[in-house]
Design a binder for this molecule. Structure first.
Ligand code: UDX
Length: 460
């Protein structure tokens, strides 16, 4: 810690993806942290220094945190009682019966925390929630004298540790928080309706993030509803951007143009920027798909019809990328993939992750399998997860074994080891030199030069 801040006593409720990384990051910043989860197996793993999922940099940080004595894990919510600041990081999955978010865990976690709160305690909600959730939680907390702030988290899987320690911005929503431009500067007043407890709560968050603020990380202090919306809107925008590029890819392909060149040229426009413009088989994972559905469901509840219509289109373009690739592969085989040997490279929804939740790669492999293709699937990190959830899929560990005798190769996740495949070496292993590059990540010229029929998304 720097001289200007003192370590805080922190609890992190919910040690899933978000909570585990946040707990580890808070300990790395010098705070005393207890991570709490009702999943005893997960807590045993974490307490033994084993990261329960693949995330670059996490095992090292976890070990360092445990070794420092500043990080521990527990299944007992009573262990949160000594903390001054409680981060709520539990999951908000898609409800089983619709598009809305299932808020069971977040309400259960805050209820469980209630007896352990005191006047001056601060609860910082980090989970992604529909706007209006924080106000409901704040009401429940009122008798305890504790203060709720909303502090959304924007970390990306695969870069979660770095994103947690060096975020693009910190957002703190408070009851009565102001949204005037002057409120955005670190140290600025919070807003006319804020009281002393709110000021103190924001001060505590500022202490928690002191090191980042000293490095100039932008801070936005706002009201609870705006803070909740920031996260939903960020995910909705990112998803829209990807589906927009996939829609452009469709036009480019039909027009004989090239989406990669288009994306490069668009990205030079300062108003657009170069990131998140990659066309392909679309977005997946545990966040974007369910978050845009929950956002749309909440917008509809609030009477806003157009966001729901917009995001329904974004969702349908995205899912269409998966079925579109399967259709293209089927067309390549004259409409029928039954009996065809197809190698699928990648199962995770993105590289540097073992997460297969709503993974486009898995959907494509499953659909090819359902249609009777002989699919062999590989992935550098996600195979244990695939094996436990989809025993019907045939998995291979080495790249050579996956490619051998394939009549068609599909790149479904842009892991570096797939981007770097030597097409001439791969050509010797396969039965037919046909590659469907679902992530537009291969060098088309060198694959074509090695005799491959190359098919990208939105590429000539
Ligand atoms: C996302 C948000 O980025 C993050 O801020 C939020 O906190 C959680 O949701 P994450 O799910 O880790 O993070 O993945 P992200 O890197 O955003 O990628 C999401 C999906 O979009 C992946 O399947 C990725 O392959 C795909 N994608 C991303 C594209 O298809 N094209 C792109 O240009 C970028």
């Amino acid at each position: 810690m720097t001289g200007t801040t003192k370590p805080l006593s922190i609890s992190v409720i919910g040690c899933g993806y978000l909570g585990t990384v946040h707990a580890v990051a808070m300990a790395a910043l010098g705070h005393d942290v207890v991570g709490i989860d009702i999943d005893a197996d997960r807590i045993s793993l974490l307490a033994a220094g084993q990261a329960p999922f693949f995330e670059p940099g996490l095992p090292e940080r976890l070990e360092a945190g445990l070794g420092s004595g500043r990080l521990r894990f527990s299944t007992d919510i009573a262990d949160a009682a000594t903390a001054d600041l409680h981060f709520v990081c539990v999951g908000t999955p898609q409800a089983a019966d619709g598009d809305a978010a299932d808020l069971t865990a977040i309400f259960a976690a805050t209820e469980a925390l209630l007896p352990h709160l005191r006047a001056g305690s601060v609860i910082a909600g980090k989970s992604t929630v529909p706007v209006g959730t924080a106000a409901r939680i704040a009401e429940r907390l009122e008798p305890t004298g504790a203060t709720l702030v909303w502090n959304p988290e924007f970390l990306r899987e695969g870069r979660a540790v770095a994103d947690s320690l060096s975020p693009d911005r910190i957002v703190i929503g408070v009851a009565g928080g102001g949204t005037e431009p002057g409120d955005r500067a670190p140290g600025a007043a919070i807003g006319p309706a804020a009281n002393g407890a709110t000021e103190a709560a924001v001060g505590m968050l500022r202490s928690a993030y002191a090191r980042m603020l000293e490095l100039g990380t932008p801070l936005v202090v706002t009201d609870l509803a705006t803070a909740e919306l920031v996260k939903g809107a960020a995910n909705a925008y990112l998803a829209t951007r990807i589906s927009f590029m996939n829609a452009m890819a469709d036009v480019a392909e039909r027009a004989g143009a090239d989406i990669s060149g288009l994306a490069e040229a668009l990205g030079h426009d300062e108003r657009i920027g170069p990131h998140y413009l990659r066309a392909g088989i679309g977005f997946g994972g545990g966040c974007l798909p369910k978050d845009i559905r929950a956002f749309a469901a909440r917008a509809t509840e609030l009477g806003a019809a157009s966001p729901a219509a917009l995001l329904a289109t974004v969702d349908s373009i995205n899912l269409g990328q998966r079925s579109g690739l399967v259709a293209a592969i089927a067309a390549h085989f004259g409409g029928d993939v039954a009996g065809r040997r197809i190698a699928v490279l990648g199962a995770a929804f993105k590289p540097e992750s073992d997460d297969i939740r709503d993974s486009p790669a898995i959907d494509i492999a499953l659909e090819l399998h359902r249609r009777g293709a002989v699919v062999t699937l590989t992935d550098p990190a996600a195979l244990p997860n695939v094996a436990s959830r989809y025993p019907e899929l045939s998995l291979t560990h080495g790249l050579a074994d996956t490619l051998r005798d394939a009549e068609c190769v599909v790149v479904a996740t842009e892991w570096p080891e797939y981007r770097e495949i030597d097409p001439a070496v791969a050509a010797e292993l396969v039965a037919e030199r046909t590659v469907f590059d679902g992530r537009n990540c291969l060098d088309r010229a060198s694959w074509s030069a090695a005799g491959w029929l190359y098919r990208g998304i939105g590429r000539r």
